[in-house]
Write a protein that binds this ligand. Structure first.
Ligand code: SAJ
Length: 456
């Protein structure tokens, strides 16, 4: 208790720059620990919503934490930089997107660091949560020098919380603090101890940069492995899901789930930052690059298979496909870099009527939005279940078929959810399941995956 008081004296007022997926939860957690927090974001409408206690993020406990932080007056969202005046520390949580060649776009980061440099008090602290390419500390120091703020301490605490479980993971996960001075490392630990209970491990700034990228590249490569195995199983006539279950009973094997592809803002870019880091130093990281290719090519691969089956079955006239799920993964409302987008665009380009339903998002990626699952399925020649939302867990093939009103309904399942049900009356195609038509198997030779975009 006594120690806590000392911490609060040291960090009386903190600015959190960027009020998105990571910045907002951190800001409200910090505010609820008793610190005065300015939550700065350039998006004025977002700030206005936050002031009313409204969040766009569907994360457990976040709404309550936000309401509490607003009601105590400790959390102040703002789109005005001047409101950051008098802060003792700044936490930077802005996006670091990728350019089309996979290199990082650091413009938001630079703007945030320069903003922090103008408002953090003397000898204060800047902590970066945003993903950084290796070697960023020198660049950040240089910006601080240009702003005549070489007095500031700088630390890197890369975020590693899983969307869908943000609060739980931000507070509970082990945190890596990368800093090149003991003083900065200790100051960052003092600040983070105010709102996290997980372990804190110290390392150099550069090691922390690499650790963050490795974590997401590791996951991407592992998912790519499963996706590749799933495709081999499809051709061999073997059920990937059973292979996964059985292989995972080996004490040292842990296959991840195969699927339509890999989406979200992190796994689609962080492996490429690591890839480019190696490349710049003269090493070509083949596996990381190919994993991206495998995962990126999924939506095209499966869209093509579905389309070919439609041709083989002889589906004439204007075709209608119902797409169930557009978010980048199950249980979230986030559609950034969703594999569903490429899948939908494929069918739109082929002239299909695409009707989209997702209980968690209004996004349609150019398709027509259905207000209910019944409306989406009714009259469709094909139903494509792309995301395994909890709301879709009770779907029954027999009901889907009768809702469609079609005798030869094509049912594509990217999730594996429906695979144990009776497939009577439908042509069932699933990721990781035997492809029913020899003609389609031959397509593999004609269309190997290639190219970073997954385009074939
Ligand atoms: N996916 C699969 N198979 C699986 C698991 C996931 O295909 O077995 C797909 C999902 O459907 C989704 C994509 O991978 O399209 C990414 O989902 P995810 O749940 O693996 O991860 P993200 O992107 O939501 O969050 C990741 C996490 N990183 C790791 O687990 C190493 C999270 O801890 C990071 O904080 C986050 O990236 C980030 O912001 O960097």
């Amino acid at each position: 208790m006594h120690v806590n008081v000392v911490w609060q004296l040291r960090f009386r007022r903190v600015g959190v720059i960027g009020q998105g997926y990571i910045g907002l939860p951190i800001a409200v957690l910090l505010a609820n620990s008793g610190v005065e927090v300015v939550g700065y974001d350039v998006d004025r409408s977002l700030v206005e919503e936050l002031r009313k206690g409204i969040t766009r993020l569907n994360e457990r406990d976040l709404k309550d934490l936000l309401k509490k932080a607003i009601s105590t007056g400790k959390y102040r969202p703002s789109y005005k930089k001047e409101d950051l005046m008098g802060i003792d520390a700044a936490i930077i949580a802005v996006p670091t997107p990728k350019f089309s060649d996979g290199n990082p776009d650091l413009s938001f980061l630079e703007d945030a660091i320069r903003t922090a440099a103008r408002y953090v008090g003397k000898n204060g602290l800047i902590v970066v949560e945003s993903t950084l390419p290796p070697g960023s500390s020198g660049m950040i120091m240089n910006w601080l020098k240009q702003e005549e703020r070489s007095d500031l301490m700088i630390a890197y605490c890369p975020e590693r919380a899983l969307p869908g479980r943000l609060i739980e993971e931000i507070t509970g996960n082990t945190r890596i603090i990368g800093a090149d001075s003991l003083e900065a490392a200790r100051a960052a630990e003092d600040l983070y101890r105010l709102f996290i209970r997980g372990d804190i491990v110290h390392t150099s700034f550069r090691t922390a940069e690499v650790v963050k990228l490795v974590e997401n590249a590791y996951r991407d490569v592992n998912i790519a492995f499963s996706n590749e195995v799933a495709r081999i199983c499809e051709l061999l006539g073997v059920d990937f899901w059973e292979v996964m279950e059985l292989a995972n009973r080996h004490p040292r094997v842990n296959l991840l789930r195969a699927g339509l592809g890999v989406g979200g803002p992190c796994l689609t870019k962080d492996p490429l930052f690591l890839y480019h880091a190696g490349r710049k130093l003269g090493y070509e990281p083949l596996m990381i690059f190919e994993a991206r290719n495998v995962n990126d090519s999924g939506p095209y691969r499966y869209a093509r298979i579905v389309h070919e089956v439609m041709d083989l079955v002889g589906c004439n006239g204007r075709r209608r496909i119902a797409v169930l799920g557009v978010t980048y993964k199950e249980g979230v409302s986030d559609t950034r870099e969703s594999p569903s987008e490429k899948f939908i665009k494929f069918f739109l380009e082929k002239g299909y009527d695409v009707v989209v339903y997702d209980p968690r998002s209004d996004e349609t990626f150019g398709g027509a939005r259905a207000g209910s699952i019944e409306e989406a399925i009714s009259g469709s020649d094909c139903v494509a279940l792309l995301v395994g939302h909890p709301e879709f867990r009770d779907l029954e093939i027999s009901r889907i078929r009768s809702l469609s009103g079609k005798d030869n309904l094509i049912l594509f399942d990217a999730t594996g959810i429906l695979r144990h049900q009776d497939k009577k009356g439908v042509i069932y195609i699933g990721v990781g399941l035997p492809i029913p038509y020899p003609a389609i198997k031959r397509m593999e030779k004609i269309y190997p995956h290639k190219g970073l975009s997954g385009e074939v």
